[in-house]
Design a protein around this ligand. Structure first.
Ligand code: GLV
Ligand code: GLV
Length: 329
């Protein structure tokens, strides 16, 4: 029997490639840049499965061009690049890679929090500009972490990992999200609030929700104006959870004190985007999961999910289990 055919949209870590070897007949888009849309649509026509990145858009057009596809395995925990209802209609399994990147991503959120609070990028630029002339009592004063309140929007795995870090730094932790979790509140020592109350009470607000219809532009002008003028917004989830143009105004007009972003509306963020000229902004180029161990875990899990689905075994991290249940009937 012919092996299932698979297209991998970027070179992933060898641990993932080794799992594909022997199990499937694969080809790789061997470039740091994503495959152009035409290539993705062309390859869709004759594959049984695809291993995709968060920069590959998997939508109705793609799916209706892919008559033989059984699985789209995303090398990411987020899957907002995939139209999951459309995949479900087409009977296509969608999988993701949770757990392996939880701590790495929480570390980046906390890095942004500390760096924004202590003005690390600005301080580095000052030093290198030659304008560091003396130690003085008012040079680069930042915000305190110990005793400050952190509001976490979305207390999933990454949100919980951020809460642990914050508690270790002496912060009080609030959270908001669709589900109350009294057991978790007890165990971690965190308190639930409505989003509005969390915004009003927090010194730092960190976003850890998935991007969905409900969370798109969750933080807009109204919400930013509710935050303290001394507060800092951190986003290591997805750019569109924040109304980026409202954030630009919030920073210029000092509705809030600062922001730390790992993610943007459009990525890579264009260099002439007004967000990059906003004051008190600490930025990173979407590197939340960029550690050797997290990326190896993502390569392994994405390959395992893909191979399982193509060999008729239920993938460990299936986003749309309905597809699997219907197939069994
Ligand atoms: C990264 O942003 C991911 O969703 O894995
Ligand atoms: C600062 O460097 C201090 O010693 O207080």
């Amino acid at each position: 029997m012919d092996k299932p055919r698979v297209f991998v949209t970027r070179r992933i870590q060898d641990v993932g490639i080794r799992l594909l070897e022997g199990a499937v007949d694969y080809s790789i888009w061997d470039s740091v840049d994503p495959p152009p849309r035409e290539v993705l649509l062309e390859r869709a026509k004759d594959v049984d499965g695809m291993l995709t990145m968060l920069s590959d858009r998997i939508d109705e057009e793609f799916l209706s061009n892919a008559p033989g596809i059984k699985v789209v395995s995303n090398y990411a925990v987020g899957f907002d690049n995939i139209d999951v209802p459309a995949a479900t209609r087409h009977g296509v399994c969608v999988t993701n890679t949770p757990d392996v990147l939880t701590n790495a991503t929480a570390d980046v959120a906390f890095t942004l929090l500390l760096a924004a609070a202590r003005r690390v990028l600005e301080a580095n630029a000052l030093l290198r500009s030659g304008e560091w002339t003396t130690w003085h009592p008012n040079l680069l004063l930042g915000r305190d972490i110990d005793g400050a309140t952190l509001g976490i929007v979305g207390l999933g795995k990454i949100g919980q990992a951020v809460a642990k870090r914050a508690l270790g730094f002496g912060m009080k932790v609030l959270y908001t999200g669709p589900n109350a979790n009294p057991e978790l509140e007890q165990r971690l020592g965190v308190e639930r609030r409505t989003l509005d109350d969390l915004l009003v009470e927090s010194d730092f607000v960190s976003l850890h929700c998935p991007l969905t219809k409900e969370t798109r532009r969750l933080i807009g002008e109204r919400e930013l104006r509710m935050m303290k003028p001394t507060s800092i917004l951190i986003n290591a989830s997805r750019g569109p959870v924040v109304d980026q143009s409202a954030l630009v105004r919030a920073l210029h007009e000092k509705w809030i004190w600062g922001a730390g972003l790992d993610v943007f509306d459009v990525e890579p963020v264009p260099l002439d985007d007004p967000i990059l000229n906003a004051p008190n902004l600490t930025t990173l180029p979407h590197v939340g999961s960029a550690t050797v161990r997290a990326r190896e875990g993502m390569a392994r899990k994405s390959a395992e999910n893909l191979v399982a689905a193509l060999q008729g075994r239920r993938p460990q991290h299936l986003v749309n289990p309905e597809v699997w249940e219907n197939r069994k009937r």
